[in-house]
Design a protein around this ligand. Structure first.
Ligand code: NDP
Ligand code: MG
Ligand code: MG
Length: 333
């Protein structure tokens, strides 16, 4: 089994006398900034003026322009959206890097696909929590953490891995486990996971199940409960104890149906489609399309997003969740 690192395996002293600049204060940014500060590290935040700038100030951070923060810091973590990182790096960060600084990412996209090319005299590594930013913060506050990946792309100081491990521990990752990886592996598996299974796969599975039930005349409310609401309850059982725990908890009828019908839904064709998705990620085809889509002002992204919001499951979901006060406040603001 691959070595998994925990708090007790990591000496964080190397990060203690350094200044860490968190660039961006969104989903990941606010979580890293707060977690590292609570772990005792020196954190400053780099932002343009606006909503996030005010929020980070409100939260008590020393907030500077991106250029000033990059200049002042030894460790610069870029947590703005992937599609803006190249422009932000070129305009505000590149000229403020000094030999021996560390340039850090939470996802390998821009390095792996050659969008950002750092100078040879800085460390480049990634610390990628395997979970949404709001949970990176919430689990930290609860005394837990989100499993994290650390990967070194460029080791100018000879300490890049040690620094990455220390950062991951400061962010709470060492409570759940830190796994070593490469930029290639992190980038390709992360994109595959979100496209084929976690986001793309699950969304289409839910929507299609909802459509089949409602088109057959069943009530939208009952379809929603069955294929969306219950998803979390089932996934919680899988998260806590694997597929076997979920299958232990469900009825034998459900377990038999799982074995008989699951493979009729996810077929050999589906597996081939997953391989094709992976190929597009590995060849850079997906990255190229996403980069061009952004350069064009996102016409396709915006059109699909609007259509998706008009799906009948959106409306019925809003109504039903409104009637379930025990469902926590949404992370989406
Ligand atoms: P967000 O979309 O939440 O980041 C938005 C932040 O970036 C805001 O603070 C925004 O400030 C700032 N920002 C945007 N454009 C600029 C700019 N031009 N100059 C300065 N600041 C800017 O990003 P995520 O947290 O989702 O993603 C950050 C990184 O983490 C990405 O590399 C992503 O792949 C990775 N990651 C994300 C995960 C997640 O849970 N979302 C999970 C694991 C990795 P403003 O208010 O001014 O717009
Ligand atoms: Mg991702
Ligand atoms: Mg049932």
């Amino acid at each position: 089994m691959a070595k998994v690192y925990y708090d007790s395996d990591v000496n964080t002293a190397i990060l203690e006398d350094k200044t860490i600049a968190i660039i961006g204060y969104g989903s990941q940014g606010h979580a890293h900034a707060k977690n590292l500060r609570d772990s005792g590290f020196n954190v400053i935040v780099g932002l343009r003026e606006g909503k996030s700038f005010d929020a980070a100030k409100e939260d008590g951070f020393d907030v500077k322009s991106v250029a000033e923060a990059a200049k002042e810091a030894d460790v610069i973590m870029i947590l703005t959206p992937d599609e803006h990182q190249k422009a932000i790096y070129e305009a505000h960060i590149a000229d403020n890097l000094e030999a021996g600084n560390a340039l850090v990412f939470a996802h390998g996209f821009n390095i792996h696909y050659g969008q950002i090319v750092p100078p040879a005299d800085v460390d480049v590594f990634l610390v990628a929590p395997k979970g949404p930013g709001h949970l990176v913060r919430r689990t930290y506050e609860e005394g837990a953490g989100v499993p994290s990946l650390v990967g070194v792309y460029q080791d100018a100081t000879g300490h890049a891995k040690e620094l990455g491990m220390a950062y991951a521990v400061g962010n709470g990752g060492g409570r759940a486990g830190i796994l070593e990886t490469t930029f290639k592996e992190e980038t390709e598996t992360d994109l595959f996971g979100e496209q084929a299974v976690l986001c793309g796969g699950v969304s289409e599975l839910i929507k299609t199940g909802f459509e089949v039930l409602t088109e057959a005349g069943y009530q939208p409310e009952s379809a929603y409960f069955e294929v969306l609401h219950e998803m979390k309850l089932i996934v919680d059982l899988i998260y806590e104890g694997g597929l076997e725990n979920m299958r232990y908890s469900i009825s034998d009828t459900a377990e038999w149906g799982d074995y008989m019908s699951g493979p009729r839904i996810i077929t050999a064709d589906t597996k081939q489609a997953m391989r094709d998705v992976l190929t597009d990620i590995q060849t850079g085809e997906f990255a190229r399309n996403w980069i061009l889509e952004n350069q064009a002002g996102r016409p396709k992204f915006n059109a699909i997003k609007r259509n998706e919001l008009e799906h009948p499951i959106t409306e019925v979901g809003k109504e039903l969740r409104g009637l379930m006060p025990f469902i926590g406040e949404s992370l989406v603001d």
